[in-house]
Design a protein around this ligand. Sequence first.
Ligand SMILES: [Mg+2]
Length: 368
Amino acid sequence: MKITAVESILLTVPYRTGGGLQAIAGRPSAGLNILAIRIETDQGITGWGEAFGHGVCPATKTAFDTLVAPILIGRDSSDIAALMRALQQTLHLFGRSGAVMYALSGVDIALCDIAGKIAGKPLYRLFDGRSRPLPAYASLLRCSGPDAVASECRRALDQGYRQIKLHEITVPAVKAARDAVGPDVLLMMDTNCPWTVEESLAMVAALQPFDLHWLEEPVWPPEDHAGLAKVRAAGTKIAAGENAAGAIEFRRAFELGALDVAQPSVTKIGGISAMREIMALAKEAGVRLVPHCPYFGPGFIASLHLTAALPADTPVERLFVDLEASPFGDWVDLKDGAMRVPQGAGLGADPDPALIARYRTHEPTIIR
Ligand SMILES: [Mg+2]
């Protein structure tokens, strides 16, 4: 089976949030970006992938269009491992993490979608997963202050969430959240790498009364696994991994005892194939894995299928924003307090063409 045409499609979907700040990943943004990757084959089967993400989408799109797409055309798409290895080796000098790797992650997801469609099975079944309602956590955007944090937490509870993650960096924000949700809701704090090891240790002590389920990425830089291990030794559960470059970096983090929760991101780390490799490593190391997936395209859908193959208490990360519309269906929405896994072949969530047309930011540029 040969790849005959590829396309990257940047969608920007307006969204609302109640937290008082209109910013995504630390940058002001009125729209939520989805960089979709579409791959066509000579068998008439089309696969969809997603490449990371948010503010870097235009750079990832350029990396895909100029570097990845030209070497995809005419390639055999049936041996995904062989093709991904060849693509990664050809392009490795442009970075083992970053825009090129994000573009390749989108390719891998699309190729797995195609493989599932050929097999006639939803992907989770190819991964020995189980169809079941998946628990989810609301991943709140950074809010304008403690009052806004409390009100967003209450809104998440009203929508049925019983696990909430803050993107805050102050003690008053966490106190406001805990006061708002009570003692029984799981509360996580994602800080996005602000502190030294010493500063992190001081914050761990200050946050101790608020019973955090995990503290995410406290230490700068993200690859300081030894530093993270020192913070973890203070007793708070540590989550990280969305910024790791590949399975080998996870292996190193596991060896150094840096993580309670590993968080590879399917749209960044090398796609579904890399995720499954890291899932096996984490299992062997006895480290819990909770996918990073604060996005709304095929990468989110892929994360649902992967989560169905993880232990039953593994929650799905759902960025807590209200999208104007969801081009890849209502699989991104909580139903009866849980996420559902699509049952169609492959990802089982081809996009709505009308919504693709409405939200695409550019003219079609199909590469053949
Ligand atoms: Mg994070």
